[in-house]
Design a protein around this ligand. Structure first.
Ligand SMILES: Cc1ncc(COP(=O)(O)O)c(C=O)c1O
Length: 379
């Protein structure tokens, strides 16, 4: 299929006057996502009993996500946000002896913010510092680990710099100390191949709002099956028990596997768009997406550097996710000027974030960098 027909699937990227370079923030929805949403609405409008059909779609989304990261569907819980996934897992642990949680200075705030609140449960939060690098090297995590490390809970790819960590190496290091790796894959899922088994990832979460093209209000939690069966989340609800429709109040028992981390009624309508977004990525192929994103981000960096800008993003493709951060003076104002010229970009950490996806054209990247060159001063 030609790139043009792929692009036709996303009306928002053809929105007159706008160039979409913001999948690190809100990815565009494919037409199939809106068709799916209408199927959800039609079932509700026209059918006396839409419930089974709705739950089938939630199950299908669970299966689709599982296949995306090489997990078993029983190792996936459907939740409402990445933050709630971390919260559900934390509720299954005590932090008396093993009380250290390592995150990084390049993490999206919600993970550190969550763990900060757990200091009252004894958590000591530590930050891996990337130093001069724009990704967090394994040594920076190791420096913060000890025999008391319970989790390394950190972003696979940074939303600020696009820096990608070596998940396998971090997993090995934390396993050597008896702890677990919990990966926040919100900036990598869909554009970086993930194999939780091969990479030794114990827990992982992501929502579908960004590069997975599936919209907000839903997230997935992976917990390794053997591990999950030994955990008893203190926070759970009727979808996390052995028999949801057994309505057992006195001795409910935990669901098998990672479902035990589910709470109440799942985010049904969001499962429809999430499933369609993830299937679109699968149809194009995660490896093919990765190749395109690596090329597109490389082009962005090269062009920006040629124009005299420094880039707060790793040059080496193995350390790079989907974000290029072009450093400018007054990033917020520059973002406003770029919006007025129709470039849908965002700003973070003193720079403009450009996040191309597989459908992004060379000329869109070139035009965006030319516009930055026009309206901004290098930092
Ligand atoms: C790396 C990363 N983690 C988490 C989130 C958000 O998580 P939640 O689903 O809890 O809103 C984002 C962006 O919104 C992100 O970029």
């Amino acid at each position: 299929m030609s790139l043009e027909s792929w692009r036709d699937r996303f009306p928002a990227i053809a929105d007159e006057g706008w160039t979409h370079l913001r999948s690190c923030s809100v990815g565009p929805v494919p037409r199939s996502g809106i068709d799916a949403l209408q199927a959800y609405q039609r079932a509700w409008l026209e059918k006396a009993r839409p419930w089974d059909e709705w739950l089938d779609e939630v199950e299908e989304a669970r299966h689709t996500f599982a296949s995306l990261i090489n997990a078993d569907p029983e190792e996936i819980a459907v939740v409402s946000s990445a933050t709630s996934a971390v919260s559900q897992v934390a509720s299954a642990f005590e932090f008396e002896d093993r009380n250290e949680v390592v995150t990084s200075l390049l993490d999206f705030p919600t993970v550190p913010q969550f763990w900060h609140a757990h200091r009252k449960r004894g958590v000591e939060l530590r930050f891996a510092d990337p130093g001069e690098k724009n990704y967090v090297p394994v040594d920076a995590y190791v420096e913060q680990m000890s025999e008391d490390t319970q989790f390394v809970c950190t972003a696979h790819a940074s939303s600020f710099t696009g820096g990608l960590i070596d998940a396998r190496a971090v997993a090995d290091a934390v396993h050597d100390r008896g702890g677990y790796l919990f990966l926040d894959a919100y900036q990598s899922a869909g554009i970086v191949p993930i194999d939780v088994k091969k990479q030794g990832i114990d827990m992982l979460t992501t929502g579908t709002l960004k590069f997975l093209l599936g919209g907000p209000g839903i997230a997935f939690l992976y917990v390794d099956g053997d591990l999950a069966n030994g955990l008893e989340p203190a926070s759970r609800g009727w979808f996390g028990v052995e028999n949801t429709f057994g309505f057992d109040i006195q001795d409910p028992g935990f669901a098998q596997g990672t479902r035990r981390f589910e709470l109440g009624t799942p985010p049904v309508s969001n499962a429809y768009t999430a499933n369609a977004g993830m299937k679109t990525i699968q149809e194009f192929g995660v490896d093919a997406v990765r190749e395109r994103v690596v090329e597109r981000t490389a082009r962005t960096m090269e062009r920006a550097t040629d124009c005299g800008f420094s880039v707060m993003t790793p040059r080496e493709s193995e350390h790079r996710g989907g974000v290029v951060n072009v450093q400018v003076e007054n990033a917020e104002q520059v973002k406003d000027r770029l919006h007025s010229r129709g470039f849908n970009v965002s700003y973070r950490s003193g720079g403009i974030r450009i996040a191309p996806h597989f459908f992004t054209l060379d000329e869109e990247i070139d035009a965006a960098v030319d516009a930055i060159d026009d309206v901004a001063t290098p930092q």
